[in-house]
Design a protein around this ligand. Structure first.
Ligand code: PGA
Length: 243
């Protein structure tokens, strides 16, 4: 067997799916598929204590401070939380109308990644282009710029998540995924990292996506909230890992 595939279940602002904490749920780490759940900050410790391998959806680099509503990397470290998402596109964006999201820039994300690594927490660094950028032929330029500014170290995990594929049911064509992963790997030179695909991975497309060259796992949102669907993706990852 080659290395285990990495599957991140990004639960966003939803409670853990029913039965997720039970010993027989598909959200447990298992041979062939390194399963990590990303619950809300509120549910993080409960999931951790129930024996799920957990990551935070975000955390600040500062040790502590007047940052209402946020949590810090040092707090994750104190609770032995081993993973953190950095730079998910939903935290990068901003809407003036509703004030939703967090307007995180590559510089902010770089600081998160540096602090996580210094504390021995593995960052899952999300990068990806918008549809306008893809249509303008700028995918590699965007990915290259994000990687250059964030400068992820060898211990980081990269999640290639085209913004237009997240939560939309659309995915890039297989050769487009392969090309993006190859480009990312070339930019990381010989740093040995996991490169995940994220964006509308579901039970129907998981086997195909996970079998693609250079894809080492997935970051899954919507389908990770449905235990039966997620279980199918875990099986697809195990199968891909056994090849
Ligand atoms: P999705 O989300 O699987 O619902 O597209 C992926 C993500 O946000 O990481």
């Amino acid at each position: 067997m080659s290395k285990s595939f990495f599957l991140g279940a990004n639960w966003k602002m939803y409670p853990p799916p029913e039965g997720a904490l039970a010993p027989d749920s598909p959200y447990h780490d298992t041979p062939g598929a390194k399963v990590v759940v990303f619950p809300t900050s509120l549910h993080l410790l409960g999931c951790h204590k129930a024996g799920l391998v957990c990551g935070a959806q975000c955390a600040r680099p500062e040790q502590s401070g007047a940052f209402t509503g946020d949590i810090g990397m040092a707090m994750l470290k104190a609770e032995n939380i081993p993973y953190v998402l950095c730079g998910h596109s939903e935290r990068r964006t901003y809407s003036e109308d509703t004030g939703k999201y967090h307007d995180e820039t590559d510089q902010v994300i770089a600081a998160q990644v540096r602090t996580a690594v210094a504390l021995n927490i593995t960052p899952v660094v999300c990068i990806g282009e918008t549809l306008d950028q893809r249509n303008a032929g700028k995918t590699e330029e965007v990915l290259g710029r994000q990687l250059e500014t964030i400068d992820p170290p060898a211990s980081a995990i990269i999640a290639y998540e085209p913004v237009w594929a997240i939560g939309t049911g659309m995915t890039p064509k297989p050769p487009e995924v392969v090309a993006a992963h190859a480009f990312i790997r070339s930019r990381l030179r010989d740093r040995a990292m996991y490169i995940l695909y994220g964006g509308s991975m579901n039970p129907k497309n998981a086997a195909e996506l996970l079998a693609l060259d250079g894809v080492d796992g997935g970051l899954i949102g919507g389908a990770s909230l449905k235990p039966k669907e997620f279980a199918v993706i875990v099986e697809a990852a195990k199968k891909a890992a056994s090849k």
